[in-house]
Write a protein that binds this ligand. Structure first.
Ligand code: PLP
Ligand code: CA
Length: 304
C-alpha cells in the first residue's frame, strides 16, 4: 500500500512536466478525438508542442486506415502541424513487422478492413486476393498454397468463411499468426459499442488452438518502430498519454515510459486507483503516473 501513481496534476505541475519531457506519445481515440470530432483544445495543444520543437508521435490501435488517411483526418480536424512520419498505427506497424522483422516470404491472409490491406500492399507485402464467390463455402472454396502469415484486425465484413480459412491456414505451424491489436471493444458516441480486433482474434485462437502475436499497444513493438525511425529516443524523456489503462498505460509501462491518463476516454480514475491499491503487484503496470481531465489542461502551460 502507499504505492505512488494516479497523481492528478494541473497548472504549474503540468508546465513542469511538459518542460521536462521532450518526446510525447499520444493515443488517438479518446485522447485527441472521439471518432470524427476533435477533443476541444487538443489540436491547439498538439500544434503548440510541435511548434515548440517537442517530438510528438501518435500511437493508435485503429488498424482500419492507412497512414495517408490519418494524415487527411489530422489536417481536417485542425492538427495542421502533424506530418505522416509522426503517425504510428497498428496497421502500419504490422506492415513493418511483416516486411522488416519476420521478412515474410509468401502471401498474407488478412482479416481486416480495406485500409489494412492497402497499408500492407504499400509496404510491398502480397495479400491473398479477397474476391470470394458469395456462394463459396469452406467445403469447396480454394485455399492459397503459399500463405505464410495470417493477420487479424478489425473487420466489419467478417464472414464465417474468412474465419474458417484463417483457421485452416493456421494448421500449418510455419504460418505466422499476428493480430494488429487485441482491443476488446470501442465505445461509440451513441452509447453502443464496437467489438474490437481482440474479439475476432479470440475466435481464431480458439479455432486454431494457437496464440496470436500482438503488434499494437500494449506490445513493445510499436515503440521499437518509433525508436527505429526517430534516432536516440530515450524512454526517460518520453510521456505516453492515453485513455485506456489496459492498452496505453500498460504500453507505457512495458516500454519504460512515464504515463498519463486523460479522462476523456474509456478508463475512469477510480479504475486506476483500484489497480494502484490492489494487493496484486502486477496490477501496478496499469497505473498511470499522472492523470488529467483532458489534454486541453496543457493549454495554460503554453501561455507566457
Ligand atoms: N480499433 C478500432 C477499429 C477503433 O474504432 C478504435 C477506436 O475508435 C481503436 C482501434 C482504438 O484506437 P486508439 O488506439 O486510437 O484509441
Ligand atoms: Ca484510445
Amino acid at each position: 500500500f502507499g504505492f505512488k501513481g494516479c497523481q492528478k496534476i494541473r497548472g504549474a505541475q503540468i508546465r513542469g512536466l511538459l518542460e521536462a519531457k521532450d518526446f510525447f506519445l499520444f493515443d488517438c481515440d479518446g485522447v485527441i478525438w472521439h471518432g470524427e470530432n476533435a477533443i476541444s483544445g487538443a489540436a491547439k495543444v498538439v500544434n503548440a508542442l510541435i511548434r515548440r520543437g517537442k517530438n510528438v508521435v501518435f500511437v493508435t490501435n485503429n488498424c482500419t486506415r492507412p497512414r495517408e488517411n490519418y494524415m487527411n483526418k489530422f489536417t481536417r480536424l485542425g492538427f495542421t502541424e502533424v506530418m505522416l512520419e509522426q503517425i504510428f498505427s497498428s496497421s502500419y506497424c504490422s506492415a513493418l513487422y511483416l516486411r522488416d522483422v519476420v521478412k515474410v516470404r509468401g502471401q498474407v491472409f488478412v482479416i481486416g478492413c480495406e485500409g489494412l490491406r492497402r497499408e500492407l500492399l504499400e509496404a510491398g507485402i502480397p495479400c491473398v486476393e479477397e474476391a470470394d464467390d458469395p456462394e463459396a463455402t469452406i467445403y469447396d472454396c480454394a485455399l492459397a498454397p503459399d500463405v505464410k502469415a495470417v493477420l487479424v484486425g478489425h473487420d466489419d465484413k467478417l464472414t464465417f468463411l474468412k474465419l474458417a480459412k484463417a483457421s485452416c491456414y493456421l494448421r500449418d505451424p510455419e504460418c505466422l499468426f499476428l493480430a494488429t491489436d487485441n482491443d476488446p471493444w470501442h465505445p461509440l458516441s451513441s452509447g453502443r459499442i464496437l467489438p474490437g480486433s481482440g474479439s475476432l482474434t479470440a475466435a481464431i485462437e480458439v479455432a486454431s488452438g494457437r496464440k496470436a502475436t500482438v503488434i499494437g499497444k500494449p506490445s513493445r513493438f510499436m515503440f521499437e518502430c518509433i525508436s527505429s525511425q526517430f534516432r536516440g529516443v530515450d524512454p526517460a524523456q518520453c510521456l505516453m498519454v492515453g485513455d485506456r489503462l489496459e492498452t496505453d498505460m500498460l504500453f507505457g509501462f512495458n516500454c519504460g515510459l512515464d504515463t498519463m491518463l486523460t479522462l476523456t476516454g474509456v478508463s475512469q480514475i477510480e479504475e486506476a486507483q483500484e489497480y494502484r491499491d490492489s494487493e496484486q503487484t502486477t496490477n501496478r503496470s496499469y497505473v498511470p503516473d499522472y492523470v488529467v481531465d483532458t489534454i486541453a489542461d496543457f493549454l495554460p502551460a503554453f501561455e507566457e
